[in-house]
Design a protein around this ligand. Structure first.
Ligand SMILES: [Zn+2]
Length: 464
């Protein structure tokens, strides 16, 4: 388990603060030069760089792996005290005990000026343990969650402090929601994400502060896992295709999967992948862990097949349409077989929208005005495949399907350290003076974070 390395940066809070100011403008023109207040904000943030690093150190040294609920709450308390001192009304959102999650920190500052802006992050980390305490290596930080995403939480905090220092926070309508279970969402997500969705519905714009790839994500595909269970008649193989034996579960499963391919393989932005399949006379299939074993005899018509896979889509309507076609294909059973298809909770799509583009334009104009270069949108071809891009950058192992409890931690635990200043894509990121600053105008879950909190919030906002 190698914690991440994150280059230190002190000024990104200034950029966020300036962006928040700009958030009140409807359609920002490309800003050629920073305003005086933007310069003041940046100066303040630069002057408080050591404070930012010290705060990051304190936050990282509160171990807060998702399942460490006391630790998550302690991390939340630290942030909460700062938000209290900035005049926010803060509260801890409890989740039902059966979810076994810490809950979320919510902070709100009511005002009458500008758009309603929601800043989101998370308090929990993938890593926990003493060996992931905060350490400084020259200009880099090391430790659990320095990048994902206590660094982002500190950016939020110091951007708000910078705004307060100039008086600009007065009257602003800004809320902060830091979830305690982003890396492994409490189930059902209808409960664990309810507060986030509510907060998003009350907002005009959401900014998230996850680590990025130097691009803004203004659209992202959703995903849903599915499980196909096929049943046939166990019979002597010499009778297969007869009225008595039927066609067997394996032929039926093959028909269905190939039907998916033949019907939907070419649809734009739609993908589906049968990831694991097991069939025979006896099948043990763990649909959570995606492990299976199967047995049978070559002279017995197979009785059972289970297939697990995913479905990805750019519009929720696209998902609904695809699901209905899949169910239709499933229903045309071969003789002597039957099958059921079930879908998990979908991870909603963040569909393209002019509002998202507008938010990215605001961020881009601030970035350029302050001399940090443009912030481009993640290219269309990376939508929903963004994880591959992230993986290329970070060399993280690919995950398939919807991450589930425990699994995401174990897999992520093998993540190697960042090697900044090397690859082209990395250079783009490391040239950014503020790695982790809000380059993502909206959702920054470029990858498949465990039911990414941002994704939920932004999906709701982008639909409004
Ligand atoms: Zn994260």
């Amino acid at each position: 388990m190698t914690p991440k390395l994150v280059p230190f940066a002190g000024r990104r809070a200034g950029v966020l603060a300036a962006t928040l100011l700009l958030g009140g403008r409807a359609a920002p023109a490309p800003a050629q030069s920073p305003t005086q207040i933007e310069l003041d904000l940046r100066r303040w943030a630069e002057a408080h760089q050591a404070d930012q690093v010290a705060t990051l150190e304190r936050l990282v040294n509160i171990q807060s792996g998702t399942m460490n609920t006391a630790g998550v709450r302690a991390a939340g308390d630290l942030v909460r005290r700062s938000l209290d001192s900035l005049g926010f009304t803060t509260s801890w959102i409890e989740l039902p005990p059966e979810l076994k999650r810490a809950g979320h920190l919510y902070a709100e500052r009511k005002g009458g000026r500008g758009k309603r802006i929601l800043l989101i992050g998370h308090l929990d980390t993938v890593f926990e343990g003493e060996q992931q305490r905060f350490r400084r290596a020259d200009t880099l930080a090391r430790g659990a969650g320095v990048n994902d995403m206590k660094g982002g939480d500190v950016v939020i905090l110091f951007a708000l402090k910078a705004l307060a220092s100039t008086g600009a926070l007065n009257g602003m309508r800004v809320s902060v929601l830091l979830t305690g279970d982003e890396e492994s969402a409490g189930q059902p997500t209808a409960v664990s994400r309810a507060a986030l969705i509510d907060a998003a519905k009350r907002s005009d714009a959401v900014l998230d502060f996850e680590p990025d790839v130097g691009k803004g994500t203004v659209s992202q595909r959703g995903a849903v896992s599915w499980v196909l269970r096929v049943t046939g008649r166990q019979y002597h193989s010499g009778q297969i295709f007869s009225d008595d034996a039927g066609y067997g579960a394996v032929f039926e499963a093959a028909r269905i999967i190939d039907g998916f391919r033949a019907t939907m393989a070419r649809e734009h932005y739609l993908t589906f992948n049968p990831a694991v399949i097991a069939g025979g006379t006896e099948v043990a299939f763990d649909t959570m862990a995606l492990t299976s074993s199967a047995s049978g005899k070559d002279n017995i018509v197979p009785r059972t097949v289970t297939v697990a896979g995913d479905l990805r889509f750019l519009y929720d309507s696209q998902m609904v349409h695809a699901q209905s076609r899949m169910r239709d294909i499933v229903s045309r059973h071969l003789p002597g077989t039957s099958a059921t298809l079930s879908f998990a909770d979908p991870y909603p799509a963040m569909s393209p929208s002019p509002r998202n583009e507008g938010l990215l334009a605001a961020l881009d104009s601030v970035s350029r005005a302050l001399g940090y270069g443009p912030v481009d949108a993640l290219p269309r071809q990376a939508w929903g495949g963004g994880y591959r891009l992230r993986r290329a950058v970070r060399r993280r192992p690919q995950r398939t399907g919807r991450p589930r409890d425990g699994r995401s931690h174990a897999r992520r635990g093998h993540r190697p350290a960042l090697a900044p200043h090397r690859h082209g894509a990395r250079r783009r990121l490391s040239l950014s003076p503020f790695p982790g600053w809000p380059r993502h105008a909206v959702d920054v879950r470029v990858g498949r974070g465990a039911l990414g909190s941002a994704h939920y919030a932004v999906s709701v906002v982008s639909r409004r």
